[in-house]
Structures are given as structure tokens and as C-alpha cells.
Write a protein of this length. Sequence first.
Length: 783
Amino acid sequence: MAREAENPTPGPIARSLRLIRQMGWSDIGFLCTAVALLFVGLVRQLLGYPPNRPLALLMFFGLFVFAVWYVITAVRRRQRLAFFSEAINKAPSAFALYDDLDRLIAWNDMYETVHPGAFRQLSPPFTYEQLVRTSLAKTLSGRELDEELERRLRSHREATGVPVDRQGSDGRWLRVLKARTESGANVGVGIDVTELYEATAQADREHARFRGVAETLPVGIWHYDADGRTLFVNHKLLALFGLSDAGELDGVCAPDYLSRNVEGYQSGDWSANRYELGNLTIRGKDGSSCHVILYTSKLPKGVAGGSETIMSFVDVTALKDAERRIEYLALRDMLTGARNRAAFMDAVARAADTATHSRPCWLLAMDLDGFKPVNDRYGHAAGDILLRVLTDRIQKARPANSRLYRVGGDEFSLVVEGASRTEAEEIANAILTVTREPFRLDHGQVFVNMTIGIAAMPFDTSVPETVQRYADLALYAGKQVGGGTYVFFAPELAERNLEEHILTLDLGRALADNEFSMVYQPVFDRETRTVVAAEALLRWTNRRTGQSVPTADFVRTAEHVRLITGIDFWVLNHNARLVSAWQARGVAVPLVMVNMSPPTLEDPDFLPRLDEILRQYPAIRGRLCMELTEGVAVKDRRKLSQTFRELESRGIRTAIDDFGTGQTSVTLLRDLPVDFIKIDRSYIEGIEDDTQAMAIVSTILNLGRKLDVRVIAEGVETNAQLDALEEAGCELIQGYLWGRPTSAAEIEAMVGGQTTADAEAGDPDAVQEPMAAVIRRASDRLP
């Protein structure tokens, strides 16, 4: 009843008026003509006029014409209606037309799909209420059905033209627009917007996925529009800026905020903000700070509808701290905390560029006196404590315009800038004073002293390497007078033969601090290209200077100052450990050839010390060969022969190096129990063209075969030399052609394919068959 009151059914007169308004001109004309003719006929009949045939014909003709015109008009109207009906039916939208009594009078196929099954249950004419109730009854019932029906009917009656989205029972979405015509009809159009809803849902899912990813990333993300208004920030960005909530950025212009709170940020200059590690520092609202890398991306205008920016802030605070730590460690001595040698070299180089006569730079080279006995007596741990305490004392005694460096085991340097000679002297005295104070160790008090050499830039020189050498010369001059003092460099010091004395000090330290290293040059079997031996070559990089010292130079000095025996036994111990380690891992250990100096062989403790090494490393028996140059071997042949026989009895092989350069080469082989001879490289250099050299080499090879001595050709560098040696019958080859000096690990890799059983035979002849893997590795190393 309430619905009827709201929408009363029109009366007959109202319906007639609506019908007249809906008539076309053809309908009105035909109706008026018919009424007029009927009226004329009726009047004549009532008035009693006699029949008038012509008038009747005229009226009939007029009625006929109007009837034809009306039919033609009706046909055209029906055609237009058919076109209209077909167009509506083919439209991709649902269409329905309800009359003023709310009866469905026109619809298309899609409208039937909106109400599945309802049209089969109802017989036209039916109302909108009947249709909707039938449709809803398939999925709803009771109160839910009544409420939904009431909502639909209200929207249908109002017909405001405002679109309403509605989801059908099949899950599809329809956007419905309804409007009333002047005649009271209700026109409804429904557009399928399911794809729009799916696209929107997909966009929502992508947005949620983006937010989920953005929130889990360890990167701060800030998305803002062309006006700097924030569109999105993640929690990481809030944490970087010390913010508790994204609302704190409401009304904030992002670029302006960054300019105020990010040190180093340059608005609009993306390249300046992007690449350098930690070049930007965020000062957070909560007082925190962090180093970041900033990556900026501009969104295309077609995508965002306007210029938008996404900034990513990568927190590199930990990396920056690690970078500082690495830089600190790279320039610091781990034991004492003082700056190390690398930092010292940089400091001297910088000082050389800035030192002037008005602001000179003083270099104080310092070396402890009596430190080695502390290490030997109390151990290295006690020595480390002493060095740390000494460093702390010097740091407190030095002025602010100086820096302390530890450049060696017990060697320190002080670089003082902008001081006078008197001030440099006062600094040296202060350091000597704190050094002479007793050092309290766990075992009691110990005393050491310090010797200091002083040189100045630019007074003495402006070359960094030279000023270091001058300071070392002054230091050694102080050592010569007993130490415990300081000496300024003077030109006459450079004229003395002090370089060898400085090298002597460095050699002693190198031996104590294990500064030496070894490389190995392989000896190949020419036919199989397998490694049968490796010559151990000593190398030394002076830690004080950071430079590699030629072997011949430091060996000559070591022999002169009687340090060579200690160095030789360092070499023996090092290679004994290496051979033992190889054997323990199952490596086919090659013969290791080490060079021995005459003072070592003549040392009365040589054989006892060798026996101790053999007891500790028995694996070297049969795998170690000692080399001696021919020039040395001819000096005391009788004593050397006895030493060689002692070595032979201990399983140590022997070799004569540089064979062919002495005066008694042939008799040397007769008197000494030698296993190998190495042809001097001077004969190998011209063997391919020099017939005399070829004859000498062939003679040495024949002599070796007759005396059962293996012959090694060293210094083989070309294929022509190799071909000549093959023609002469040389079996063992050493030289850059097949193998340069290399590490022990490389030698191990080269012999990796040989068997341990063959190696343990102790004879290079045991390796007869080429090992495929070894040949491959050896071939890879060929030029």
C-alpha cells in the first residue's frame, strides 16, 4: 500500500492524455480525418439530407488516401522500431524499458542474462518487482531478500540517472543507470564493468604487493609528486629520518625537507647524490645520523599523470664504518696502534712536497738497542708488551706537530713538521729519556736503549727515499759509537761505506723476524716434460724499505758479516718442512735443490745441525739436494769431498752449479761424489750457433754418462737451444722456456699427476712415463 501511495496508478483521462502525447502526426491526421468524415455523415443523416453520391465518393477517396498515407507511415515507423530494437539487442549493455505501470515492455538479450532464469518463470507482461523478486529468490530468502528487494525498488522508482554498481549472482559487476521519461516510462541501461573491477582489483593487489615489498626492503623509499607532496614512504625511511609516523610528512615539501635534513644533498642534481659511498648524511629528527647512498627515479608522465619521483635511500652506515676501520687498519700497526710503514711512506712523500726552509720536516729514524736479548730471554710476548709500552711513552712525549710510525720489528720513525733544529733535538732527547726508564714485565724489570738518526727536508734533501737513507746513515753512525744517542745527518756520513752496515742490520732483523721467502724453478725431463726437481731460490723484501733486495747483494753481505750460515739453515728448515708437508699430503715430492755457501759447509756445527733437521724431518732423505758452485768447490777439494760423502751417507744428494767455468772441472768430478752437474748458462746461450759451445756441452754430457752423473742444462730460454740440447742428448732442462721461478703451490700443482711411489724412489730416472695430467699442466706453462 505504501508503494501505491508513492506511485499512484494514473486514471483513464491521464492515460488518454499520455497516449495522445505519444501519437505521431500520421496517427493524429488519420484519426482527425476519420472523425471528420464520420461527423459529416452523421450530421447529414440527422438533418435528413438526401444521399449525395459525389460527396460520398469524395469522402471515401479522402479516407482512402489518408489510409494509404497512414499505412506507409506505420510501415516506416515499424522499420525504424525494428532497427532500434535490433540495435538495442546487439548493444554490449543491458537495456530495459518499463511503462508507466512499471510493466516491462522492451528489453534486450543481455538484460535476460542479468536475471538468469527469471524470464523463463514469468509470462509477460510482468512488473519490475516481479522480475527482481524472482531473480533474488535464487540466492536470497527471508529478510535478506526483502531488504535487497526494497533497496532495488527504491532505486528503480527514484531513477535519478546516478550510476549504481551492482554485482550479480554470477559474480559479474553491472553499472546501472535509470531515468524517467516525460511519459512516465522507466529506462534502464546496465554496463558490464567486471573488467574494470578486475583491473582495479589487480591494481590494488599490485599496490599491496609493492607496499609489502617496500616495507620488507632494507632501503628507505620516498615517493612524492611534482609539488613535493608525499605519496608513499616505508617504515625504513621513517627510521632513517627518525620519524615515528608518516603523518609527520603531511604538508611537507620533500625536496625542501631533504635539503634541510640531508648533508651533501643537492636538489635536482641526481648524479651528485647517487654514486659515492656514503656521501650523504641524514640527520634524523630524533638526533640519530646515518650515511646513505641515494638513488632517484623519475616516473614517466604518461604513467603517473604528472611528474613523480621515487627516491631510494640505501643505509651504508655499517659499510662506511667498515671502510673507516679498514682504512685505519691499513695504516695502523696492529700490535702498538701506531701508524704503520705504508702510512709512513705516504707521510714522507707529502712532507717532501710541503717542506720549506722556513717550515722544514724532520725525520727521526729510531731503533731499539738491546731488544733482541729481551725476546730471546723472555719470549716474544714479553717483547710485544715492551713495544706497546714504549709506543705509549713516545706518543705522550712527542709534540702535536709530529706523528709516530712503527716501520719494523723494533724500528720506529717520527715525522716532525714545522720545527726548528733545536726543537728536533729536544724531541730526540725526550724520546731517549722515556726509553731509558725501566720496563716492568712479568719476569721483572728490563732496560733497553734507543739510537736515533735525524735528517731534514729540504736542508739535507727533498727526495723521500734519500731522506730515509740519510736518517738510516745517521742512525748507524749512532750505533757505531755505542748507541743510546741521536745523530744528525751530515754530508760526510754519505761518503763513508755505511750502506753495507745498514744492510747488515737489516739482514739480522730479517733473519730474526722471518722476512725471507722462497720461490722454486722447476727442472724438467726433456722427453716427458715432467718435473723431476725444483731449485729453491731465496728472496728477500726489506721490510724497512719495502723494496726487494737482489739475492746476490744480500748473500755477499751475509757471507762477509758471517750471517750466511744462519740464512742457509733457515733455507734448510723451510724446505724440510715443505717436503714433509708434501709427503704427508701424498704429493709426488720432487727433488728439492738448495744452494749452500762455503762458510756453512765449513762450519764445524754443520753436520750436527743437519742431523737435527733430519731427525725432525726424516722425509727429506733422498728428496734434498745441496748445490755448490764449481768456483768454490775447487778451493779445498779434499775437505769438500769428505763433506760430500757425509751428505751421501745421510741420503742428501749433491750438485755442482755453473759447471765448466772452473779450471779443474774434469778432475772435480773424479774426486767428488757428485749426483748432478749443472752446465753453466754461458755455454747454453750460444749453443744453437756456436759449434765450440756445442762440442763442450756434448763432452760434458758424455762425461756425465760415463761417470753416472746426471747433467742439467740451465738457462734454456729458446726452442733453438732446446733443439740443440736434444741433439746433444741432454735429458734434464731448466730455464724460462718451460718454467720460471714460481711458488711452492704451483710446483705442487705441476707434479700433482705423478705417483708418490715414483717420487719416493729418490731418483729422477724413476719418472719415466709421461703423466697426461702433468704434461697438460706443464704444456700450459710453455711460452
